[in-house]
Structures are given as structure tokens and as C-alpha cells.
Design a protein around this ligand. Structure first.
Ligand SMILES: Nc1nc2c(c(=O)[nH]1)N(C=O)[C@@H](CNc1ccc(C(=O)N[C@@H](CCC(=O)O)C(=O)O)cc1)CN2
Ligand SMILES: Nc1ncnc2c1ncn2[C@@H]1O[C@H](COP(=O)(O)OP(=O)(O)OP(=O)(O)O)[C@@H](O)[C@H]1O
Length: 207
């Protein structure tokens, strides 16, 4: 079996067998990392997927962004491999569409010069290589919007040692999981444990 296909199967299976209570806690930890991230704080327009099934839950992120007067746009599939983003005022503007995914009901196209994309994914590696559901929606969208900043969210169980790179792949700049922040350009992993160690070191030197 082709490697990406095998990784996709394995990552989806890992996500599906994770108990809901574990996923819910991880969702909260990831949401805190996203909403505390400088790219999120700076962004006026957030291009965020609306989660379904066992994906990292984005409803908390969307609601927080709306409460902070940010504009939130959500993807809507328009054709084979293409999608558009439309603004929503509230999560009640979403209703099941393509593959049962919540999509914006009203048309209010978002196409700002700048924005922050919160990317979904099925599997990632620390270098930012990504496997999605296999239709290339995000690769196409991001190649048409090269100025947009990019944060991916994933559970640690979706992180793989190595994912084969394709020329058309568009990598996130950061991958935020419940355990770590992966800074893709620098290839640095800052795990929560490292941050705790750093805080302890600081406290000790301040004493
Ligand atoms: N929430 C969400 N919205 C999104 C994406 C995404 O990954 N997540 N997309 C990113 O590209 C686009 C939709 N792409 C998709 C492409 C294929 C399948 C799909 O085949 N789903 C199957 C199998 C999933 C599974 O096994 O878990 C299904 O729903 O039955 C779903 C979405 C746009 N909107
Ligand atoms: N920028 C692009 N222009 C045209 N075709 C593309 C582009 N990017 C990807 N594709 C095509 O889309 C298909 C799926 O690509 P890939 O396997 O990378 O999807 P994926 O990243 O797993 O899925 P997704 O982006 O939907 O989550 C491939 O056939 C690929 O050739």
C-alpha cells in the first residue's frame, strides 16, 4: 500500500479509538494553545474548519474568536477538490454539508489579503508534512492564498516520525498538539515538559 494511504489509515484508526474523555481534554489543551498563540492574537480574520467526527474540536476556537471581535470564515466545498470560505456570525450558521461536515449556510465569501488558517489534518510530521483525507483541498486553497499564515491542530497520536513529502504539499508554520508546539520552519519541538522545565529554571534563578 502506498505510504500516505497507510499512514492515513493508521492515524484515523488511532484517533477513532481514543476515548472521548481523553479527546475532550486534549481539545481544551489545544484550544488554549491556539487562542494564546501570537499569530491568533494578531489575526483579524480566522479561516477555521468546523470539526466533525473525531477531528480536533474547533467550536471553542471559533466561539472564542467571535467573542474577541475577530471575523471567522469556515470552508464550504464547491467542487472536486475546491472549497471557499464564508463568514459566519455564530456556530448556528453551520449546517451539515459535504460528507456531513458542518458548512456555512449563507453565502458571505471571505477573501481578505491577510488571514490565519487553522488547518485540519489526519497525520503530520515535525517538519510539517501533512496527510489529509486525500483530496488536496487545503493544498489547492493555500497555493492560491500564499500570504495566509498557517497553524495546524492535531492530537499527539497524529504525529508520525516521517511523512513522505509531495511537491504540492503546503506545510503549516506551527503544529499545535495537546503535548507540544512544533515550530515547523525551525524544526523545533517545544513539549509541555520543556516549558515546565523552563519555568522551574526561571523560578530557581529568580530566588
Ligand atoms: N472539518 C473539516 N472540514 C473540511 C476539511 C476537513 O479536513 N475537515 N477539508 C479538508 O480537506 C475539506 C473537506 N475535505 C474532505 C475530504 C474527504 C472527506 C472524506 O472522505 N471523509 C470520509 C472518511 C473520513 C474518515 O474515515 O474518518 C467520511 O466522512 O466518511 C472529508 C472531508 C473542507 N472542509
Ligand atoms: N495545488 C494543487 N493543484 C492541483 N492539484 C493538487 C494540488 N494539490 C494537490 N493536488 C492533488 O490533490 C490530490 C490529493 O492530494 P494529497 O494526497 O496531498 O491530499 P491530502 O493533503 O491528503 O488531502 P486534503 O488536502 O484534502 O486534506 C492529489 O491527486 C494531488 O495531485
Amino acid at each position: 500500500m502506498e505510504t500516505k494511504t497507510r499512514i492515513r489509515k493508521q492515524a484515523l484508526a488511532a484517533r477513532k479509538i481514543t476515548p472521548e474523555s481523553v479527546r475532550k481534554q486534549a481539545d481544551l489543551d489545544i484550544m488554549k494553545k491556539v487562542t494564546g498563540h501570537p499569530l491568533f492574537e494578531e489575526a483579524k480574520d480566522i479561516y477555521c474548519y468546523a470539526s466533525y467526527q473525531t477531528e480536533v474540536d474547533t467550536y471553542g476556537i471559533i466561539e472564542y474568536a467571535l467573542s474577541r471581535e475577530k471575523r471567522v470564515a469556515v470552508p464550504r466545498v464547491t467542487g472536486d477538490g475546491t472549497m471557499e470560505f464564508h463568514y459566519i456570525q455564530s456556530v448556528s450558521d453551520l449546517s451539515p454539508g459535504y460528507q456531513g461536515i458542518p458548512e456555512p449556510v449563507k453565502r458571505d465569501p471571505a477573501d481578505t489579503p491577510e488571514g490565519l488558517v487553522i488547518m485540519p489534518g489526519v497525520a503530520f510530521d515535525a517538519e510539517g508534512h501533512r496527510v489529509g483525507y486525500g483530496k488536496g483541498f487545503y493544498d489547492r486553497y493555500l497555493s492560491a492564498h500564499p500570504n495566509y499564515r498557517r497553524i495546524a491542530v492535531a492530537f499527539e497520536s497524529q504525529m508520525f516520525d516521517e511523512i513522505p513529502a509531495d511537491a504540492h504539499d503546503l506545510c503549516p508554520e506551527y503544529i499545535l498538539t495537546e503535548c507540544a508546539v512544533y515550530a515547523v520552519d525551525t524544526n523545533i519541538k517545544i513539549s509541555d515538559k520543556d516549558e515546565t522545565d523552563e519555568k522551574i529554571r526561571k523560578q530557581q534563578t529568580e530566588k
